[in-house]
Design a protein around this ligand. Structure first.
Ligand SMILES: Cc1cc2nc3c(=O)[nH]c(=O)nc-3n(C[C@H](O)[C@H](O)[C@H](O)COP(=O)(O)OP(=O)(O)OC[C@H]3O[C@@H](n4cnc5c(N)ncnc54)[C@H](O)[C@@H]3O)c2cc1C
Length: 478
């Protein structure tokens, strides 16, 4: 009996996996495969993503072995690897869940055309989104550029199917094709191994499910307030699990709604969390129709914008040495743990693009390299939102004050003290603007400004006026 190929991509889970369910329904042996494709069609993942991928694949491998199956690992261009596997196994069908990033979607389309041309069946499913990103349309059939009407339409269109349970067994082929090993792929960093700060993460499906259950039971009820407090564990921390498809957004939706039905969280909190899942959907549909959202301004009026080079400012931003405590705390959290709180992502992105006037693409690339949840659509979409170049973008005159943001969202400085320990002994609100702290207080806190912690790389008021001028010029010309 010839087997079918089940091609895992960003759906590294057994439950709620429509491609897996359909492959099993074929009633023949299933050969699960993961392909590490490093060709130009695929944007090279950053080191933090590869760290996660390594553990996530190990977890999927173990889960498949628990079902009497395996995960075949192959490195190479996806079309060539699949061709080899089809020839080696005699399989006549390939099952996979779709990816919607334009580069990958185009590659998949070519690949599917090629396979079909050779008489191979290709079965494609939506496993990664609440709705396929190209399916939410305005009344006249166009795409949405503004979140609120998009989300209203998406919610009206959405009917959640029942959860698909994880199988307990997968029929194995008589002979397994050769597999490389995860160790061969060297996805975990060595020389140096910089990942000590990543120890708080547990990639994998069962870990994602446990995190979701814990979130809806203990944090969802206060989500809308706590989600904006970087010093509080108030969000789900599911983003990397969602990016790698260890859990489906539909499972997140069901769990949140379930908490609402049980009375564990008020409807308003459930709705707020669902709306954040909605932003993930919105960014996916924006990316799906843009050329390359990580390169091209969604708003082409910005194409001639005079971004500054500012190598020293960019370096200070990357290293968390700007002299603005909330920015530095965020950038250090990112570097150390591969994740940054959403509120602080907005503050840091605003600081780079508005205070320093550095091109948003450079910040997007830095996040791409360092985030465990780096996601083409969500990263580029949010960067463009903050920079003002995106769909439904933040207004250009919104220039976050790092001091006001810090005071409002990290009022007692808990987050700053955690990530910028040299400021830990500064009292209360003074922590948000160390350069304004009287010298005797600095001395008492053991802090030498300019030595232990930098003075601001740019003066806030000067930077604000400069940004308003640059953005204002652009708006007045168009
Ligand atoms: C400049 C910038 C870059 C970003 N880059 C990424 C990225 O590469 N990958 C990524 O997943 N998110 C990105 N985000 C969105 C957001 O910061 C993270 O999704 C969130 O911080 C993840 O933490 P959480 O899982 O605890 O979120 P929760 O608050 O628990 O939200 C639940 C889920 O909703 C989704 N979500 C929440 N907010 C957003 C948002 N604004 N846009 C899209 N999806 C959202 C995520 O999948 C998240 O896991 C970025 C935001 C900014 C401002």
């Amino acid at each position: 009996m010839s087997p079918v190929i089940l091609w895992f991509r960003r759906d590294l889970r057994l439950s709620d996996n429509p491609a897996l369910e359909a492959a099993l329904r074929a009633g023949v042996p299933v050969v699960p495969v993961y392909i590490l494709d490093e060709t130009q069609a695929v944007r090279a993942p950053g080191a933090a993503s590869l760290w996660w991928l390594d553990k996530s694949l190990a977890s999927l491998q173990a889960a498949l072995e628990g079902c009497g199956s395996r995960l075949v690992l192959r490195r190479g261009p996806a079309d060539a690897v699949l061709k080899d596997l089809l020839a080696e196994t005699g399989a006549r069908a390939v099952y996979y869940n779709a990816l919607f990033d334009p580069g990958l979607a185009a590659r998949d389309q070519d690949l599917a055309r090629g396979l079909k041309g050779q008489g191979i069946e290709v079965h494609r499913f939506n496993g990664g989104h609440l709705l396929p990103p190209d399916s939410v349309r305005t009344k006249v059939g166009g795409a949405f550029s503004v979140f609120t009407p998009f989300w209203r339409a998406a919610r009206a269109q959405l009917t959640l199917p029942a959860a698909i349970p994880a199988p307990t067994a997968l029929p194995a082929p008589e002979v397994w094709p050769r597999s490389e090993t995860l160790a061969d792929w060297k996805l975990h960093p060595t020389r140096p191994d910089w990942s000590a700060g990543f120890s708080g993460w547990s990639p994998g499906e069962s870990q994602a499910q446990a995190l979701l259950a814990d979130f809806v039971d203990t944090r969802l009820a206060r989500y809308s307030h706590d989600r904006d407090r970087p010093g509080v564990e108030g969000t789900s921390r599911l983003s990397a699990h969602l990016h790698f498809g260890e859990i489906s957004p539909k499972a997140c939706w069901r769990a949140a709604e379930g908490a609402g039905f049980r009375g564990a969280a008020p409807d308003t909190e459930v709705d707020k969390f669902l709306a954040e899942l909605g932003w993930r959907e919105f960014n996916a549909q924006i990316a799906n129709r843009a050329g390359d959202l990580a390169q091209d301004n969604f708003d082409p009026r910005f194409d001639g914008f005079g971004w500054h080079e500012d190598a020293a400012g960019f370096e200070a931003w990357c290293r968390g040495q700007t002299g603005y405590p909330i920015v530095d705390a965020g950038m250090r959290q990112l570097w150390t743990t591969g994740w940054m709180h959403n509120r602080v992502r907005m503050i840091c992105a605003s600081f780079l693009t508005k205070h320093l006037l550095v091109d948003w693409r450079r910040g997007e690339q830095w996040f791409w390299d360092t985030l465990v949840d780096a996601d083409h659509a969500s990263n580029a979409g949010n960067w463009q939102w903050v920079a003002g170049t995106g769909a439904d973008a933040a207004p250009y005159f919104r220039i976050f004050s790092p001091m006001a943001q810090g005071t409002r969202f990290d009022p007692d400085g808990t987050y700053i003290r955690r990530w910028v320990p040299e400021l830990a002994r500064l009292p209360g609100k003074l922590i948000h603007a160390p350069w304004l702290v009287p010298s005797d207080t600095l001395r008492a806190a053991g802090l030498r400004l300019g030595t232990d912690y930098p003075r601001p790389v740019v003066d806030h008021d000067t930077a604000r006026h400069r940004a308003l001028g640059a953005y204002g010029d652009l708006k007045s010309k168009t």
